[in-house]
Design a protein around this ligand. Structure first.
Ligand code: CU
Ligand code: ZN
Length: 178
């Protein structure tokens, strides 16, 4: 290989790396949080939820496996404590402004209300939503709280928790950068 050719190759590589960094550096500007959710008791459900600040909204992305097919309530609960077998240690729905239980993103709902995830016949579920009430930091933020998945569907109206049955999976929300 000629010397000129090697220099060209080197310059090309530097350009590629430069482009990669520009993208990564831009992405790193988003405050975010992540939550690994594990089965409670003898359950089989597990998954991951990420929260990313995007302007005024928090983008919530979740993926779960091992669920029974159909809808399952999913919420942020007050305490980051998944130690009890039934998930009771996580407390009630995260609700710093003392509102009613309801539909994710609506004015009359708990900050922690994320609605339902819907599992397909193989027990796999995905969720993407944007929520303007969630905060990543501060006293009313979601860091250090928990995500709970329930056995049944959240009806989005029954008080205080949507009648979604036993808690089947739990995880603690921690800070991340995306
Ligand atoms: Cu819940
Ligand atoms: Zn609620």
């Amino acid at each position: 290989m000629s010397k000129e050719r090697m220099i060209l190759l080197g310059a090309g590589l530097a350009l590629l790396l430069g482009a990669g960094c520009a993208r990564a550096c831009f992405m790193a500007g988003h405050p975010a949080a992540t939550c690994q959710v594990s089965a409670l008791g003898s359950g089989a459900a597990y998954g991951k939820v990420t929260f990313t600040q995007e302007d005024e909204d928090v983008l919530v992305e979740a993926e779960f496996h091992g669920l029974t097919p159909g809808k399952h309530g999913i919420h942020i609960h007050e305490h980051g404590d998944c130690d009890s077998v039934d998930g009771a240690s996580a407390g009630g729905h995260f609700n710093p402004t003392h509102r009613q239980h309801g539909m994710a993103g609506m004015e009359d709902s708990h900050e922690g209300d994320l609605g339902n995830i819907t599992a397909d016949s193989s027990g796999h579920a995905r969720l993407t939503l944007r929520d303007k009430w969630l905060k990543l930091s501060g006293d009313d933020g979601i860091l250090g709280r928990s995500v709970i998945v329930h056995a049944f569907e959240d009806d989005l109206s029954s008080q205080p928790a949507g009648n979604s049955g036993p808690r089947i999976a739990c995880g603690i929300i921690s800070a991340a950068v995306r």
